[in-house]
Design a protein around this ligand. Sequence first.
Ligand SMILES: [Zn+2]
Length: 299
Amino acid sequence: MKNLRLAVLCITLSAFGFGAAPTGRYKAIYDQMTAMETANPGLAKVFSIGTNDEGVDLYALRISTSPQEMDKFKIGQFLVATHHGNEGGSTEVAMEFMRDLIRRYQSDELWRGQLGQTEWTLLPVLNVSGYNSNRRQEHGQDPNRDYPGPCTPNGYGKLKSIRTLMSFLETRSFAGSITAHGYVGNFTYPWGFYTDNNKTLDENRYREIARKVADVNDYSYGNAGDAVYPANGCFEDYIYWKHGSWSLLLELRSGSQSDVKATVPAVATFYDLIDSTASSKNQFSANCTRGAEVDLRVE
Ligand SMILES: [Zn+2]
C-alpha cells in the first residue's frame, strides 16, 4: 500500500511537470512558448508530455479554443520537430506554425473552417540534448530509428524521449501528424521501412494529398521508401501503423527563414486536406524484407 501511494505520488509529480528545468537553446524555445501562452491564455497552453533520460520535461504547446485541458472530442492534430538535434530549421518551422495558428485563431478563419473544433499539439524539440549540442543523435542513438514497427517489433524505445512520446500518443487520437526534419526539400508518407511493397492501402489518397501540399512550396513528394532510402524505426511509419494517423514527413529544403516561411502554408494545407479522423486502412499486409547493413538515410 505504501509503495502504491509512493508510485501514485511520483506519477502525480511527473504529470505536473517537476522535471529538470530547460537550459541552453531549448530554454529559448520554451521561453517563446510560454510567451505565446501569456499573450494568448485563451488559445495556448504549455504543458509537459513527460520527461527524457535527463529528467528534462518535453514541452508542447496546445492550441485550441479551450487549451487548459485536453479535449478528446475535438479533432486532434499533432506536429513534432527536432528528432535530429542538428536540424534547427525543423524547430523553427514548428515555432512559426504555432504563430501562424494563433494568428488564424484570432482571425475570422476561426468561424469559417474547422479550427474551432480542432485541438493542436505542437512539440518543437523532441531531442533536447541533441538540440542543445547541435547533434543529430541523442545519447548515441538515432531517435528516428527508435520506434517499433510491423517488421521490427522488438528492441526499440531505447530512448526515454521516444517512450514518453509513444505513451503520449496513447492519450488521445490524432487525425494527422507531421514530423519535421531537414534538409532535402520534400514531403514523404508511409511506408518507409524495408518491405517488398511500400504502398499502403491509402497510397492513392496519400499521393494526392502530398502532391497538393508540395505544390504550395514547390517541394517534391512521394512514398518514403521510394523518395529516399528505406529505414526501420521511424516516427512517420509508427504513428500511421499504430494509430492510423495521417502521417507526413517534412524535409525542409534549407531551413532558411524564407524556406520556413514558404513551408508553413504547405503544412497548414496538409491538415486541411486530411480526414478529421485517423485512417482505418493502416494495416500492413505485405512482406518484411531485410534492411541494408548500413543506414543510408539522412532525413
Ligand atoms: Zn532528421
